[in-house]
Design a protein around this ligand. Structure first.
Ligand SMILES: N[C@@H](CCC(=O)N[C@@H](CS)C(=O)NCC(=O)O)C(=O)O
Length: 239
């Protein structure tokens, strides 16, 4: 077994960005410590010692094991979920978060570049900011993700960071819509879900089902917990 340097993950259960990193760490079967950052009451040491932007996810890597509140000065401090995914692919090559074939690697990265902002933008527009037309923005984004999927299997055939980049949001969509959670008008969630369950989105829904079954996703995500967190999420409450 390969010995790895210490990893500490700064995370938050509400964050789909953090969920990406948790899935990748689970894929790598990495040993790590984690610290939940209260985003509404961030400890001052977090920006000072870990991520000057004050955002999660962030990791420290290397240096001696210390308390999360007191990261070793010599540890590397790494932020941005997609950057962390690249880093984890580098330090855990045996986890095959990215394939060795350069063409497949570039396919994974192209998918991530094409879908990252599109999907998060549509998510925020629909669930957090709702204005008229946000349902169509969401459906268009999901259609574009579907268009980029191969007829079967994962994004590049084998599992990779490309799947990890979209899994946190894609597994949340059906659940949040089913429970009608978010800022959109009451009843809109189940209506959008019905469209997703129709023939037009059959490929996407099959893919989402396969993401839900992936052990690294199953072990890092809980449907009931997400529903409870969302019922209390201040950014998702209807006025
Ligand atoms: N582009 C960043 C986004 C990270 C992000 O926005 N994190 C949110 C939680 S979902 C956060 O830490 N918000 C706290 C803040 O902005 O003060 C990534 O991919 O990691």
């Amino acid at each position: 077994m390969v010995e790895h340097s210490q990893i500490t993950l700064y995370t938050n259960p509400n964050s789909a960005f953090c969920h990406r990193v948790e899935i990748a760490l689970a894929e790598a079967q990495a040993e790590y410590s984690s610290f939940i950052v209260d985003l509404r009451n961030k400890p001052s040491w977090f920006a000072a010692k870990v991520n000057p932007l004050g955002k999660v996810p962030a990791i420290t890597y290397g240096g001696p094991h210390t308390a999360p509140e007191d990261p070793a000065p010599e540890s590397a401090k790494i932020a941005e979920s997609l950057v962390i995914l690249e880093f984890l692919a580098d330090i855990f090559p045996e986890a095959r978060l990215l394939p060795t074939d350069p063409v497949l690697r570039v396919q994974a990265r192209s998918f991530i570049t094409a879908t990252d902002r599109l999907l998060f933008g549509a998510f925020i527009a629909f669930f957090f900011k709702y204005t008229e037309g946000a349902d169509q923005i969401l459906l268009n984004a999901l259609e574009e993700v579907q268009r980029r999927l191969p007829p079967t299997g994962f994004v590049i055939g084998e599992w990779s960071n490309a799947d990890i980049s979209v899994a946190p949001l894609l597994v949340r969509f059906p659940i949040l819509l089913k429970h009608d959670l978010g800022k959109y008008p009451v009843g809109e969630g189940p209506k959008v879900l019905e469209i997703l369950q129709g023939p037009k989105f059959a490929r996407l829904m099959k893919y989402i089902h396969e993401l839900e079954q992936r052990p690294s996703v199953r072990s890092t995500w809980d449907e009931a917990e997400t529903v409870e967190l969302w019922k209390k999420n201040p950014y998702a409450q209807r006025n």
